[in-house]
Design a protein around this ligand. Structure first.
Ligand SMILES: *Cc1c(COP(=O)(O)O)cnc(C)c1O
Length: 386
């Protein structure tokens, strides 16, 4: 059976074949399968060398030092370590945390958990373009504020926040700044020497690496302090215990090295394909783009299709095209996307919105065929409307 056209790169990406090829060399008896923590023999030494090389590759993409990279099981865990780790470590200093309403659940849920533990959480609104109001952020910071946590690129609408400006505000008040960079690493330039960021969460599977691995960047100068959330063995400077998954780590390193090399090319190609997709649809009536057009990454279109129920449209598109309504993380429930309602869409408009996201392996044929099918199904559904 032919597979559906994949237009859901913000949910996850396929592993780049060059990455898979490399991972394979760290699994089998012939490969470097050793435990990187084994210090008594060459199996361990070689595995550790591979982990160190990958650490340098990940650090290089964000212009950080390898020692500042802590491996985790993914961006969700990195966010948990950053937010709960800071809250716990600095609990005597204060109990206030600031975040934004359009954050991923992997930031909102740890904040919600802390609230139940007696912390005070301010959730800032965003404008209709999806951007944070920096004056509002500045005013929200208090004497007892420990942490500001704001994502770089939004996973549903692709809007890019001004991380440098937000970090400068946090640092002006001596408050730590955490960034969820799951959707920005490898897609927009990130420079830890230029941006006032203390903690930055990274994912591998949004940028052609394997699932189940991620990292937290922890600034060393000045040092951001954290309480570990997983104990047992003291790996990763005591911040995250557990045997390091060499093959996953090597895969993430390779994916990040490729991303660094291809960032400009990938972005240009993906932007062209995105524009081509929009060209095929933009003359239809009652279709508009959600979120800022100006401040957004290349690979995503979130569109509101009036009078066309999103779930019915997605069903009609099966098994031809794979894409999301709102975010994949909330598509298990029938609630409208919290991001789309936050930028001012009604529940109905949010439910009638689709996220189309494209990436490195998307072809012009995918775009033309996908857009043609989408047009057909919209027209068909609208004709059936009472
Ligand atoms: C995918 C994603 C996450 C979760 O990352 P995992 O590595 O899957 O745990 C967190 N934040 C954002 C913005 C994401 O897009």
């Amino acid at each position: 059976m032919q597979k559906p056209i994949y237009l859901d790169y913000m949910s996850t990406t396929p592993v780049d074949p060059a990455v898979a090829e490399k991972m394979w060399q760290y699994l089998t008896p012939e490969g470097e399968f050793g435990n990187p923590a084994s210090v008594t023999h060459a199996y361990g030494w070689r595995a550790k060398e591979a982990v160190d090389a990958a650490r340098a590759q990940v650090a290089a993409l964000i212009n950080a030092a390898p020692k500042e990279i802590i491996w985790t099981s993914g961006c969700t865990e990195a966010n948990n370590l950053a937010i709960k780790g800071v809250a716990e470590f600095y609990a005597n200093k204060g109990k206030h945390i600031i975040t934004a309403i359009t954050e991923h659940k992997a930031v909102l849920d740890p904040c919600h958990y802390l609230k139940q533990q007696g912390y005070d959480v301010t959730v800032l609104p965003v404008g209709s373009d999806g951007l944070l109001d920096l004056t509002q952020l500045d005013a929200a910071i208090r004497d007892d504020t420990l942490l500001v946590s704001i994502m770089h690129v939004n996973n549903e609408i692709g809007v890019i926040q001004d991380i440098k400006a937000i970090g400068d505000i946090a640092h002006k008040h001596n408050v730590l700044f955490h960034v969820d960079a799951a959707q920005s690493a490898g897609k927009v330039p990130i420079d830890m020497q230029q941006m006032s960021v203390d903690l930055l969460s990274l994912a591998s599977h949004k940028i052609y690496g394997p699932k189940g691995i991620g990292a937290l960047y922890v600034r060393r100068k000045p040092r951001a302090r954290l309480s570990a959330q997983i104990h047992g063995g003291g790996h990763e400077l005591g911040l995250r215990s557990g045997t390091l998954p060499t093959h996953q780590i090597v895969g993430m390193g390779e994916a990040f090295a490729i991303a660094k090399q291809q960032l400009a090319n990938d972005t240009a190609k993906i932007a062209d394909l995105r524009d081509l997709f929009w060209q095929q649809l933009s003359d239809m009536e009652g279709i508009e783009i959600n979120g800022s057009i100006e401040h957004r990454i290349a690979g995503i279109l979130n569109i509101h299709i009036k009078d066309t129920e999103g779930e019915s449209l997605l069903t009609a598109l099966q098994p031809y095209v794979a894409l999301s309504s709102g975010s994949a993380c909330t598509s298990a429930t029938i609630e409208p996307s919290h991001v789309l309602t936050a930028i001012g869409l009604s529940n109905e408009a949010a439910n009638n919105s689709l996220r189309i996201s494209i990436g490195r392996f998307t072809t012009e044929e995918d775009i033309l065929q996908g857009a043609k099918l989408l047009r057909e199904k919209i027209t068909w559904l609208r004709a059936m409307m009472p």
